[in-house]
Every structure is written in C-alpha cells, then in structure tokens.
Design a protein around this ligand. Structure first.
Ligand SMILES: Nc1ncnc2c1ncn2[C@@H]1O[C@H](COP(=O)(O)OP(=O)(O)OP(=O)(O)O)[C@@H](O)[C@H]1O
Ligand SMILES: [Mg+2]
Length: 369
C-alpha cells in the first residue's frame, strides 16, 4: 500500500480510523497482531482458493518426498486474500524456518546479499511486495534464485571485484498485489505462481465461523451470513467487520453477532448492502456523476476521488470490475448499468443499449478486465 494511503486511515493516536475506511483491505499495524492470531497455520485448515491450494499442496508434498526444497513460489492477488498466510503455510508444511522481508526494505543489492548469504539450507525466504524492490536487487535475486549464487562486490570503482558466493538451496516465496509490474525475467524464475481470487460467500462463512471461535464471539448463522455477504470477497475485511459487529453487539445488544447487530454495525461503518465501502462508492460517483459514465483514465479518476492511482487500481477496482460495476476499456474506466443503478441514478440510454446487445455481438468477455 502506498504510505499516503496508510496514513489516511489513522487517527492522531495512530489507531485505525474505522469510520474512514473500515473496508480498507490493507492491514494496519495494530490489526496485524489480531490477524496473526486468526491466520490458518496449515494448508488443510485454509478455506477457499481450492485451485491454488491443491496446486501448492502438490508442489510441497512432492518436494517433501524428494527431500529437496520446492520451486520458488509467487503469490499474487488483491490485498487481504491470504498471500502472507500462504507464505507462512509453505514454511510450516515444509517444516522449515521462514525469513521475512519485503521489497521496500531492500533498497540496495547489498541489503539482499546480506539476507541471502545468511540463509540456511532449505529455508524459506518470504519477499513481500516483491514488485517494489530496486532494480539492482532484482538482478541479484534472479541469479540467486536460478544458480544459488550471489556476486558480492568488493571495493569501489575500477578496482572493484565480484566475488561469487555459493548459497545453499532455498525457496523464495514472493507476494505481490501487482504481478503485472514484475519484470518478466523475475516472474520466470518462479516455478509456481498462484493467483488468489476473491472468496465466495460460503468460504467467507467458514472463515468467519472459525474467527468467531478464536475470538470467543458468539455468532449465529444469519449474522455470519450478513457479514460474509458484505466483505468484498476478502477474508481480512470479513474478520475486521466481524470485530466491529461484535463491538456493536457488546455495546447495544446481547453480545451475539446476529443479523440485527450486523446490519446496524455495517450501516454505521458505511458498508452498503452490496458490501461496497466509501472508496468504492466514491469511484462510482465520480465515474457516473463527474464523467458521465466514462471512459475516463485511471489517474483522472483517482484525482477526482482524492486517492492515489495505485490505491484505486489495487484496492477498489478489482472488486468493482469483478462485480460488474466497472469496465476496463482501452480508453479508460467506464461505468456499467449496474453502477448507475447502484447509485440510484437512471441508466443512460447509451449504456443500456450497449449492454442490451445480443451476446454474440459483444462476446462473452464483456465484463472481463
Ligand atoms: N483462506 C483464509 N482463511 C482464513 N483466514 C484468512 C484466509 N485468507 C486470509 N485470511 C485472513 O485474512 C487476513 C489477511 O490475510 P493475509 O495477510 O494473508 O493477506 P495478504 O494477501 O497477504 O494481504 P496484503 O496484500 O495486504 O499483504 C489474515 O489475518 C488471515 O487471518
Ligand atoms: Mg501480506
């Protein structure tokens, strides 16, 4: 997440300004403590993402039987869907230690060299936000991932020499919200790439029941279903909303997460019936009211809602596109009829006509990004 965005969700005392962005899918530091407690530890207790889970399970099991480290693993997808959780699970399944660092923390190749040269055989190196690493570190990483070797540069200027240093075999687990930003040579070094997608409601219900149990919160079926349906397909948001509904239930109700508590708390925190939050609605409002439904370029749209383009693109847009409110076209972002209707506005004739086209004319991928 861009730092500017993070700082916006904080109060002066550093706590989460929950009314501002209860749906912000990126976690805050205080929240990370709660999150860590709610993370599934093993693949078998990880609900959802069946494809990625099966594929990853196979890769890990085969490596375990061979007794050698598995291929490097890249996990991509929107914030809060379980990339960090899966990285921890990789290490747990391999019964190996995990070393955690992130792209922004590695600004110089030397930083990476120090981490790499201290790895033990079979260790898992988790590189979060891998798309934010410096170019020179990236190049060092290719070599290390492929040949298990780093060139340590000694000295400066014309007298500088590269001393090759052999590394024991290890496994890189990279995580990124922006797989498209990774240079192809780096992407190619990963033997397995798992793309995480939004969760369906049934999986979120499973996750919420488990979280309620861990938090010692009583929750009934209707309450859990209400929260699951309004969590933007994102476990982090589901867990966060569960805690806010629990708060409401403890203050105004009997302490039970039920449908009444869920509806009241979600309304209080600006989560609408479709599960859209303030940023989502701001994007739709800008698209429809300011730009007549678009198409409009991402950066123009971002300025209109007062956010960074990166935030609009990684946080709001994937879900709006997937739910069919926004289309990504070569000329920019455009509102669908569903967006106009969601805001309670009349659907412009042109939009209605376009969407009423028989399917064979427009193709099945009309709503695809
Ligand atoms: N499949 C899942 N089952 C249960 N809980 C999950 C699952 N996926 C994610 N979570 C919960 O959601 C929270 C966020 O997950 P995680 O930190 O793994 O997301 P992330 O993809 O790494 O997000 P970011 O891109 O912001 O780093 C965690 O607290 C975890 O408990
Ligand atoms: Mg993460």
């Amino acid at each position: 997440m861009p730092d500017g965005f993070r700082s916006e969700v904080r109060e002066a005392d550093g706590s989460l300004d929950a009314t501002a962005r209860v749906l912000d899918a990126a976690g805050t530091d205080d929240e990370r403590v709660v999150e860590a407690a709610l993370r599934p530890r093993r693949l078998a207790e990880f609900p959802g993402q069946p494809r990625v889970r099966d594929q990853l399970g196979l890769v890990l099991e085969a490596a375990r039987r061979r007794g050698s480290p598995p291929d490097h693993v890249l996990l991509s997808g929107p914030p809060g869907l379980g990339k960090t959780t899966l990285a921890m699970i990789v290490a747990a399944e391999l019964e190996r230690p995990i070393r955690v660092t992130s792209g922004p923390a590695i600004q110089h190749a030397g930083d990476l060299a120090a981490v790499l040269s201290s790895l033990d055989e079979g260790e898992v190196l988790f590189l979060d936000e891998i798309h934010r690493m410096s170019r020179s570190a990236e190049e060092m990483l290719y070599l290390a991932m492929e040949d298990f070797r780093v060139d340590v540069i000694v000295g400066k200027g014309p007298g500088a020499t590269a001393i090759p240093l052999e590394l024991p075999p290890f496994t890189v687990v990279g995580a990124t919200t922006r797989a498209g930003l990774l240079p192809a040579p780096l992407r190619d070094r990963f033997g397995f790439t798992g793309h995480l997608d939004f969760y369906d409601v049934a999986d979120l219900v499973t996750i919420l029941r488990r979280s309620a149990g861990l938090l010692g919160v009583e929750a009934d079926g209707a309450g859990v279903a209400e929260v699951a349906g309004r969590s933007r397909g994102t476990p982090r948001i589901a867990n966060r909303l569960l805690r806010r509904v629990r708060d409401w239930a403890q203050v105004h109700g009997e302490g039970v997460v039920d449908a009444r508590a869920a509806r009241a708390a979600l309304a209080l925190f600006d989560v609408d019936e479709a599960g859209l939050d303030r940023l989502d609605r701001a994007v739709l409002e800008a698209l429809c009211r300011r730009f007549g439904g678009g198409p409009v370029g991402l950066s123009t749209l971002a300025v209109a809602v007062g956010e960074e383009a990166d935030t609009v693109e990684t946080v709001a847009e994937p879900y709006l596109v997937r739910e069919g409110y926004v289309l990504r076209t070569p000329r920019g972002r455009a509102a669908t009829a569903a967006a106009w209707r969601h805001l309670g506005l009349a659907v412009p004739r042109e939009t209605a006509q376009q969407e009423a086209l028989p399917l064979e004319d427009s193709g099945p991928g009309r709503f695809a990004p």
